[in-house]
Design a protein around this ligand. Structure first.
Ligand code: ATP
Length: 512
């Protein structure tokens, strides 16, 4: 299967097995809005629990809060979102399709990268064992030309974005001869800025209403509660505040399933530090967050850092953790050194003093901030796209299996009586009652045992427990493992310990 085909299969699979549905589907859906079904919401909760525990339980100096989506409109002026939370958009006059100018240029760069990869593969086939990839990339004339072009376009785009030069952005598109993927033409409009915040009205009387925004990030809810938490929690710098919550962005180009949504969820942590220490903390959080990802066992080679050429209006260092999605390496998480931009501006805009008194040095200062920010939905997509595989078995049959890391799996155990009679369902129910307090279990007695195993594979259940006639004699059951499909006989009373050591969140946390 090509990666593109795999992605299509994944979207269909997510719907068929209750992970993710298009929102408002019976009304033909709503652009870039998705609902989580019975499996998806379990997976999402498990991801959130892993993040929340890693932040607030493993770090004694990080606490969690839950602030509101609605906030005072001045907050978004202070944060810079009213003035600068824009995307540069461009329309193709023939297809009438709208694009983000920077994304069109990034796609162009990705195509050049793709061309180089193809050259490398050709070289590898030609030179066999003696092939030196790095040297090849540096000396092959086509690769050298593409590298220079990529470097030049990247630099031009970063300069144009930093200078907010929309004419230059359009010129890059023209100079690179980028055409619309739909119409195939290069008939482009000017580039315009588009604010991504959703606005609504608060107050019941028309006219007296105030414009307020749906938050485009959860971070500001943390900044405006900095003083509350620091004082009531008697927090000493360095310390962090973590939060999980919904965010809303009126994305121009919403595509790639749950990768870019208009309503999504973020897990953000703001770490408050002494000015001057930010680059050390930035490096520590980069390492810490990468370890959190790699700990899931989805392959260290599937992650990479991408340092930003264009820094956001608030940052003095920034990097993305990119994941190898079916459509290439793309941002999964951002780590930003935000200086005192946010607290400083809230101090200015609110007129309230937002400072920290350092009891050791006797100094007062506005803390600096390093933040880590990850989209829950992108994390769900990373897990699902990595997990989905179609395997051909020894007997020639195929099976679709979701090899979700066991602690994140929506259902941990399926309890399956071999037949619907002879007292087996009763024993199965007893086992359900024993396990349900610790694990999310599913009971299934319909269809052949083979079909039931397949259904559990498709939702990623790590353990199937089968009760057969021997169980009535020996008090043991057959445990079947999802990934290897191997089976073993286990005493009923040994089940909880066996399952615990694979699926418990604490197992993941201990490895961090
Ligand atoms: P992108 O460049 O992809 O638009 P961003 O740099 O604007 O993302 P941040 O503002 O750094 O993203 O947001 C932090 C995290 O929130 C991202 O790493 C991503 O995981 C998630 N996120 C941002 N926008 C969306 C969205 N529209 N849908 C789903 N997740 C998102």
């Amino acid at each position: 299967m090509t990666q593109e085909e795999l992605f299509k299969v994944l979207v269909a699979h997510c719907k068929e097995y209750g992970f993710i549905f298009p929102s408002s589907e019976i009304y033909d859906g709503l652009g870039a809005v998705y609902d989580y079904g019975q499996m998806g919401s379990e997976l999402k909760n498990n991801i959130k629990n892993y993040w929340w525990a890693a932040m607030t339980r493993l770090n004694t100096n990080i606490v969690g809060i839950d602030s509101c989506i609605f906030m005072h409109p001045r907050i978004w002026e202070a944060s810079g979102h009213v003035g600068a939370f824009n995307d540069p958009l461009i329309d193709n006059k023939d297809s009438k399709k709208r694009y983000r100018a920077d994304v069109l240029i990034e796609d162009y760069i990705a195509k050049l990268e793709e061309k180089n990869n193809k050259e490398v593969e050709k070289g590898r086939r030609k030179f066999g064992e003696s092939f030196d990839e790095e040297k090849f990339r540096q000396t092959n004339p086509n690769c050298v030309r593409n590298n220079e072009k990529m470097e030049q376009v990247r630099k031009r785009m970063a300069d144009a974005l930093n200078a907010n030069d929309l004419k230059e952005l359009r010129q890059i598109i023209i100079d690179c001869e980028i055409s619309c993927p739909i119409s195939g033409t290069k008939n482009w409009t000017d580039v315009r800025q588009f604010n991504l915040m959703f606005a609504t009205q608060m107050g019941s009387v028309d006219g007296e209403a105030n414009t307020i925004y749906l938050r485009p990030e959860t971070a500001q809810g943390i900044f405006v509660n900095y003083l509350n938490v620091q004082k009531t929690g008697r927090m000493k710098i360095p310390f962090g505040i973590a939060q999980i919550g919904k965010a809303f962005r009126n994305e121009i180009v919403a595509r790639q399933f749950i990768f870019r949504m208009r309503e999504f969820e973020q897990m953000e942590m703001q770490f408050f530090i002494k000015p001057g220490t930010e680059l050390d903390w930035f490096a520590k959080w980069k390492e810490n967050r990468m370890a959190w990802h790699v700990n899931l066992g989805m392959g260290a080679e599937n992650y990479r850092f991408h340092d930003h050429d264009k820094l956001a209006h608030y940052a003095n260092a920034a990097t993305d953790i990119e994941f190898n999605f079916p459509f290439g390496f793309k941002e999964l998480e951002g780590i930003h050194s935000r200086t005192d931009f946010d607290l400083g501006n809230h101090q200015k805009f609110s007129g309230k003093k937002i400072q920290y008194f350092d009891p050791e040095s006797g100094e007062n200062y506005t803390p600096y901030v390093v933040e880590t920010s990850i989209g829950v939905d992108r994390m769900v997509l990373a897990v699902l796209s990595h997990a989905l595989r179609e395997e051909t078995l020894e007997n020639g049959e195929t099976r679709v299996v979701m090899a979700i890391p066991a602690p994140l799996a929506p259902v941990k155990v399926a309890v399956l009586p071999l037949v619907k009679k002879d007292g087996l369902p009763e024993v199965a129910q007893k086992i359900m009652n024993m396990l349900k307090f610790d694990f999310n279990c599913q009971y299934d007695e319909k269809d052949s045992i083979g079909k039931r195993y397949r259904r559990q594979d498709a939702i990623g259940t790590p353990f199937c427990v089968t009760i057969d006639h021997d169980t009535l004699e020996d008090g043991a059951v057959t445990v079947r493992y999802r990934d290897t499909m191997t089976q073993e006989r286990v005493k009923i009373e040994d089940l909880p310990a066996l399952i615990h050591k694979e699926v418990d969140l604490s197992v993941l946390l201990r490895n961090l």
